[in-house]
Design a protein around this ligand. Structure first.
Ligand SMILES: Nc1ncnc2c1ncn2[C@@H]1O[C@H](COP(=O)(O)OP(=O)(O)OP(=O)(O)O)[C@@H](O)[C@H]1O
Ligand SMILES: [Mg+2]
Length: 427
């Protein structure tokens, strides 16, 4: 049992900390909450993607009637589910004018309190309290949410910064169109080349020196490996996990075949096919990688063909040569398409097309991504895109590049060619 006096002290010190010490917070996109809400809102996402900062932002917004608690706070060690009621009372004793009024409770690292779900659910459903919780990426992910709150939660994913959010951090207001068309375009392009190189993890984006960026990314990778995979899933074959990580983190924007992996490594060290498949599924569950399946009417064929994989952030891609830039560009396009909640496939028949996007309204849009259109690849890229359009019986497709722009009509198909950075800002 933690005393109310200590709880009050913590409540007040958190309030002071957020209001006085936390500086500019970049507004996150796609984080919206339904107005009439009596569900527990759960923020989940890969580590360091900005979950706590979303809670800080909410605190600033609702500061007159909000409570922020971080259950990692060492002063709260020993806090149990039965202490929640005392916490609520401590808050209302500090702000008695809020009794009976709407309040907002923000609980960070909530997984540290066993049984938190029941309290949160009850106050969200029965009392005038909006509840937002967030937690460690290794404890609160879609599967955990699903099992613990079954339909009572409104979950929202946070991911590393999009390019727009990245620019916003750099002080560029992307709603000002002059950045796309005017003389300041050069600045946006400079930032895009940095974004391609380092990805969008907020902390990495804030750092100035490459040495520091590299060091932080390395720490993230280690934590992902040991905390989000080894510890979380009780992995015992560390060597297998290591090899698989290496392979996956360098196979972004490529097809990845578990069967081929199995064949390649089975003589080199011992592991079973089942173990390999289950380790691979942990990467997906942790949302470190995403799969894109081949476009096909038959789900059997879709699943039989190897998936293409993409990483949650391009900063953690294992790059080998400078020729990898095209694949990074493709990974960036994928992340943006995914954020819009589209269904995404790749196309492979005579030719290939990187994405077939199926929007909510059922409409398809084929998209091809290439760093630049050169003599040797022009025909292949365009033919693949045209073939995909024809196959779907649609008249337009998009071809993303690093910097080229224009339009073309090939065999009756309108192809819009546009730089990725511009597309990312135009939306
Ligand atoms: N919206 C934002 N605006 C400005 N900086 C941000 C923003 N989001 C995150 N950051 C920076 O990134 C760091 C990591 O973000 P944060 O602590 O919110 O991530 P998290 O997802 O809660 O991480 P963890 O998984 O470790 O709990 C912050 O300390 C801050 O420096
Ligand atoms: Mg956090």
């Amino acid at each position: 049992m933690i005393s109310k006096e200590i709880l009050k002290e913590i409540i007040v010190s958190n309030e002071e900390f957020i209001l006085q010490e936390i500086g500019k917070i970049v507004k996150r996109e796609r984080i919206y909450f339904p107005v009439k809400l009596n569900k527990v809102v759960i923020l989940y996402g890969v580590r360091r993607s900005g979950k706590t900062y979303v809670l800080f932002d909410l605190f600033k917004k609702y500061k007159d009637h909000a409570l922020y608690i971080d259950f990692e706070d060492e002063r709260l060690s020993g806090f149990e589910a039965s202490d929640f009621e005392a916490l609520k009372e401590a808050f209302l004793e500090l702000k008695p004018h809020l009794v009976g009024k709407e309040t907002v409770f923000l609980f960070d690292e909530v997984q540290n309190v066993n049984g938190w779900e029941r309290f949160c659910r009850r106050i969200a459903e029965r009392e005038n309290i909006k509840v937002f919780v967030s937690g460690s990426s290794s404890k609160i992910m879609p599967i955990e949410i699903h099992t613990s709150l079954r339909g009572r939660a409104w979950s929202i994913e946070t991911t590393p910064f999009s390019f727009r959010e990245y620019l916003s951090l750099k002080g560029i207001d992307t709603s000002e169109k002059s950045f796309i068309y005017g003389p300041r375009k050069a600045l946006v392009k400079k930032y895009f080349s940095e974004y391609i190189k380092w990805g969008g993890f907020p902390e990495v984006s804030l750092l100035k020196s490459n040495l520091e960026k590299r060091k932080v990314i390395k720490e993230y990778l280690e934590a992902m490996f040991f905390k989000d995979l080894v510890e979380r899933f009780n992995i015992t074959n560390i060597h297998l996990l290591k090899m698989l990580t290496e392979k996956l983190f360098s196979s972004f924007s490529l097809k990845f075949s578990l069967t081929a992996f199995y064949k390649q490594y089975k003589e080199k060290f011992p592991f079973s096919k089942d173990t390999l498949y289950s380790y691979y599924s942990h990467f997906l569950e942790s949302m470190l990688i995403f799969e894109v399946r081949k476009f096909s009417e038959s789900s059997y064929k879709r699943l039989r063909n190897p998936a293409k994989i993409y990483l949650v952030d391009t900063g953690i891609c294992k790059k080998v040569t400078s020729a990898d830039s095209g694949r990074i560009l493709e990974n960036i396009v994928f992340l943006e398409l995914r954020k819009n909640g589209n269904e995404i496939f790749y196309f492979e028949e005579e030719g290939e097309c990187d994405f077939i996007v199926k929007a909510h309204n059922g409409k398809f849009l084929p998209c091809q991504v290439t760093l630049e259109l050169r003599e040797e690849n022009r025909k292949r890229e365009i033919n693949g895109l045209v073939e995909a359009c024809k196959r779907l019986n649609i008249k337009r497709g998009k071809l993303f590049t690093y910097d080229e722009e224009g339009s073309k009509v090939v065999e009756g198909i309108n192809i819009q060619i546009l730089p990725v950075w511009k597309w990312l800002l135009e939306k």
